[in-house]
Design a protein around this ligand. Structure first.
Ligand code: G1P
Ligand code: ZN
Length: 545
């Protein structure tokens, strides 16, 4: 009897539509019979794979990670994939996966993660496909996968045991070679090529204390290798450094609400000069100084303004890009240093073409994501090292750096209000109400300023001219303020409404206001217009950034 089995399914799952970052569902949904298998079969049928190249598979270590890797290997064997590369124990951060795809010339990568969503049996799971450039697959690919999954009647797999992958080595099954590698080596090597780790280490050892919170997720082993083994810092500089299947019940989203242990250490106790955290799969980052929170939009602007201090960018940068809801702080820097600045829809995949065509070097999103052309994903630890390199060169505190920046470029007060997991009909109603009001708002007064534009953002990719519609409702005011409203594409419960508020203050104005105070008129005017608190029955958003 053959050990390649064909499974016929009665009815395909109709809900496997990838969102902002791949297919993300509750762990329970992923555990339905054939659920993962159908999605993987659809991916393999859609990927035009070159038999000479390999496929990278790895994930953030959450509940279900290893089991999923085994199933994927079994399906790949049945599809005669020639070579698969997996990290020891299947643990690989998203940026490390992107790097490996590029370095090993892989035809694709399958990343198992629900990013910053909680893990465990009651948490979430996810599958993301990255293409040969190392970046998330574009919509035209994921649309094909979705279509395929809806029509699938059968899938095939290798019905026998897969050897353990808890140490470096090789195994061969039928036509497939599986190579198990150290998941940290190549990434750390890349960081050593971009940054001067010795210079950073010297600075940190001279009375500049840091703490890094891995949130019991994937970055623990990477951070320990860099900060403790390479730089020689003390062991306690990495908090929550062991990847756990349920992230120790933490919600591994590095923001002030969920990374509250770190926030307390830096903002209340002021015990360290610098603090940072990364999310579940290691692509997001939050930067804190003593008593000082860095808004991610400002972080993007700071990195862009200080590339000359980082060896990897000493030859200059070609351009920069930000997602549409990200504040325009980086636009002011781009203007001053005379480089182009692109505005893309939310989601890292939209940076791919710009990076591949060398039109940009640095890019970022307000959602704690920054990155560059070194890979095709955002990169949490890269951003942390970038900050440390700037501080080591400029020999100043985080607070001094950000204040100097504002004094030079002006400040874009910015906040994002998230209403998480609200009923779908409520979120849709608020969204549609605003969409219907947009034509009336245009050219009229709103929050004491003239509305220059009110629309639903459409993006035309400058490289391949593809058009992406319905990328967020925006109200743009004459006084350089903006309000943006969109529905999340990564949540798994109900709907999540995100509202972004921004207001620019020039260098001669008061730059030390609390953003919620600076933006209160915009926030109140929008609530008056849309009755958000009434409709959501919430006095406050779930998360304020
Ligand atoms: C969120 C962020 C977005 C990011 C994505 C993946 O998506 O807002 O910037 O690219 O997670 O990390 P959303 O839930 O808003 O669709
Ligand atoms: Zn992530």
């Amino acid at each position: 009897m053959s050990d390649i089995k064909e499974i016929y399914i009665k009815e395909p799952f109709k809900d496997q539509k990838p969102g902002t970052s791949g297919l993300r569902k509750s762990t329970i949904e992923f555990q339905q019979d054939n659920y993962l298998e159908i999605f993987i079969e659809s991916i393999l049928r859609t990927l035009d794979f070159n038999q000479n190249n390999s496929l990278i598979i790895g994930g953030d270590g959450r509940y279900g990670n290893e089991e999923a890797i085994i199933k994927i290997i079994q399906i790949c064997i049945a599809h005669k994939v020639k070579k698969i590369i997996i990290p020891v124990n299947g643990i690989l951060s998203t940026p490390a996966a992107s790097n490996l795809i590029r370095k090993k010339n892989a035809f694709a990568g399958i990343i198992l993660s629900a990013s910053h969503n909680p893990g465990g049996i009651n948490g979430d799971f996810g599958v993301k496909v990255n293409i040969a450039n190392g970046g998330p697959a574009p919509e035209k690919f994921t649309d094909k996968v979705f279509k395929c999954s809806q029509m699938l009647t059968n899938y095939k797999f290798y019905d026998a045991k897969i050897p353990d992958f808890n140490k470096v080595g090789f195994f061969q099954i039928k036509d497939t070679t599986v190579e198990v590698i150290d998941g940290v080596d190549d990434y750390v090597d890349l960081m050593e090529h971009i940054f001067d780790l010795d210079q950073i280490a010297d600075f940190l050892k001279k009375d500049f204390s840091i703490v890094f919170d891995a949130m019991n997720a994937v970055t623990g082993p990477y951070a320990k290798r860099i900060f403790i083994e390479k730089m020689g810092l003390s062991k306690d500089c990495v908090l929550n450094g062991l990847p756990l299947k349920d992230f120790g019940n933490l919600h591994p989203d590095p923001n002030l609400t969920y990374a509250n242990q770190l926030a307390d250490l830096l903002l209340n106790k002021q015990s360290y000069c610098f603090g940072a955290a990364c999310d579940g799969d290691g692509d997001r980052n939050m930067i804190l100084g003593k008593g000082c929170f860095i808004n991610p939009s400002d972080s993007l602007a700071i990195l862009t303004a200080n590339t000359k201090f980082v060896p990897g960018y000493k030859d200059g940068i070609s351009g920069v890009a930000r997602s549409m809801p990200t504040s325009m702080a980086v636009d002011s820097v781009a203007k001053k240093i005379n480089i182009p600045c692109y505005e893309t829809p939310t989601g890292w995949k939209f940076f791919g073409n710009l990076l591949d065509s060398n039109m940009i070097t640095i890019c970022g999103e307000e959602s704690f994501g920054t990155g560059s052309d070194h890979i095709r994903e955002k990169d949490g630890l890269w951003a942390v090292l970038f900050w440390l390199q700037i501080l080591a060169c400029r020999k100043c505190s985080v607070s001094e750096l950000i204040h100097n920046h504002w004094n030079h470029f002006g400040r874009n007060y910015y906040t994002r209000h998230d209403y998480e997991a609200i009923p779908k009909d409520v979120a849709t109603q608020i969204y549609q109400n605003l969409e219907n009001l947009l034509p009336q708002l245009k050219n009229n007064k709103f929050a004491n300023s003239l509305v220059l534009n009110a629309d639903n953002f459409t993006y035309t990719d400058p490289v391949d001219n593809s058009i992406s519609k319905n990328q967020g409702l925006r109200i743009i005011l004459e006084n350089n303020s903006r309000i943006i409203l969109r529905l999340s594409g990564t949540g798994t419960k109900g709907s999540t409404l995100r509202i972004y508020f921004e207001k620019y203050s020039q260098t001669n104005e008061n730059l030390n206001l609390n953003p919620q105070v600076a933006l209160c008129e915009l926030i109140k005017s929008l609530d008056d217009l849309l009755n958000i608190s009434k409709l959501t029955k919430m006095d406050q958003p779930t998360v304020i950034t």
